[in-house]
Write a protein that binds this ligand. Sequence first.
Ligand SMILES: [Zn+2]
Length: 645
Amino acid sequence: MEIPRLHPDTIEEVKQRVDIVDVISEHVVLRKRGKDYLGLCPFHEEKTPSFSVSPIRQFYYCFGCGAGGNAFNFLMELGKQSFSEVVFDLARRYQVPVKTLEPKQRQELQRQLSLREQLYEILALTASFYQHALRQPQGEVALKYLKTERQLSEETIQQFQLGYAPSGWETLYRYLVEQKRYSVALVEQAGLIKQRKSGNGYYDQFRDRLMIPIQDPQGRIVAFGSRTLASEEPKYLNSPETPLFNKSKTLFALDKARYQISKQDRAVVVEGYFDAIALHAAGIANAVASLGTALSKDQLRQLLRYTESKQVVLNFDADSAGIAATQRAIGEIESLVYSGQVQLRVLKLPDGKDADEFLKSAPVAVETYRIFLLAAPLWLDWQINQFLAGHDLKQADQFEQVAQKIVKLLNQIEDANKRNYYVRRCAELLSQGDSRLISLYANNLLAQLKKPQLRSTTKQPSSSPLNLPLSSESSLLEEAEASLLLIYLHCREHRQEIIDALEEKDLLFSFSHHRFLWQQIMDLKDEAIQPPGDSSNRLLSLLQDRSIDFPEQMVQVAHLFHLKEKNQWEDILRAPLAIRHAIASLEYVACQKYRRYCIQQWQNLNPVTESESMQYYYQELQDAEERIQELEKLRQVNLLEIVAY
Ligand SMILES: [Zn+2]
């Protein structure tokens, strides 16, 4: 049968409708095992089932012969059919209306595809042209600028494919159009040349400029950024919008940062190209630059694909001080912050420096920057502090002003728990250390708040430990981290145990305020050693001294300095159990994260050409899931024992 070419919409719709269990169970007897199904592999001879089908991930995998893939792959393999045949059959079966490509449509689709391909080609060629020009006598000033002013190494210059656009009006034009024979229309669509106002001929968009290629997440060049070398206006000039380049959807250096973002589970967003380049050169490779003054929703969504816990640190220039500038920088993403879809933190460097300037300012600047990143306050905390800054709360009118702003802010927080937390926190701040006033202020604030709206949330209906929603994962983590710190601070005899356990399992604190406190504790470790018999708590008093240097950070962990019940941990047997429980919880969350990472990797692989990697990730996934079950049991047992004591 001759299969007509299918429209991409039809393929997509079939993909959405098809259910792998449904498809495979027509050919294989499947039994449910846990969340998955198990059966005898149709692709090799076997007596005990090793063929598993996952409805959640919509894929199958055979432990015996390594066959694996989605529903399409299964039918193609089984019936030795082509992709189009399989989709066509499935479309009929699921009653998806089949749209085929008319010869004319097909041509148009082909044309669009080949236009993009050609634009990629021209931009890549142009980047090499600029790189070459940087090494010519004409590029000397540009190269010197990179090496001395920006202090970039040869390696970094190469890594970012930095280049130089010569100063002539038609240098690139002649190279691409006359020498390389690309059509003028195509080069114009690539955003590299512009038509003269007179209508006669074209001139280069970039002249006598330092050139910075902008790449998509796959590393293909889609545009250029540039900086003047002759103090011309504008100082920075980007490519215009093209079929390949949409400024508000592109992040500079994401191609180089995405691995580190997912590894560190955190992204840093800076304003300028050179800020991002300087950070990468300093080994802080989870940094990207926004291409404008504000961060757009589309840009943010791109980032969030790579960070599981949605941690983004915004390090924009601090020159225009105050809250308004940062608010503009946050632009349209503010609503995502209030609704808790992103854990946004704000980093303002001292003396109004940008990241590039700061990193060059002192020999230990890189280490300092890393600490700043970890200690960066959440956007809400930062904003509240901005409200308070410079106000004398003892003056009634100023107090009222601040309180009004706070109410307005609290009203925007959608999550009720989070809102309550901030009500309490703001009441504490307003009370200025007079603890008798806290609940009065908290009640006043609450009385002024709108009732939280009940929103219809689309929660996944699952309570299995493997599908723990991220929010409860994070509260589990927070609780576990806090109890480790609490025990460390108050039970001297268990300190080494905690250090050993963290090291053995290679675990780190995830919450920045906990990480900050742990860093302080480690810094003070030697100083805090006490002679036997001395019953005071030197570590605590040393930490309290430090509070003066880091008031904002310490405020977030101050509650750990006091034990609620005096004898909470005095029972020698209880602390080790609590430590084990907490460590198991940390490991549990880490495993969950790794599991999701494996799934993501797995899904992005091609079952035909990358079957070995698929097998690898599948095995990793199985191991992670096994470990998760073990840890879940371990945590339950520990918990029971703790309660029993
Ligand atoms: Zn098999």
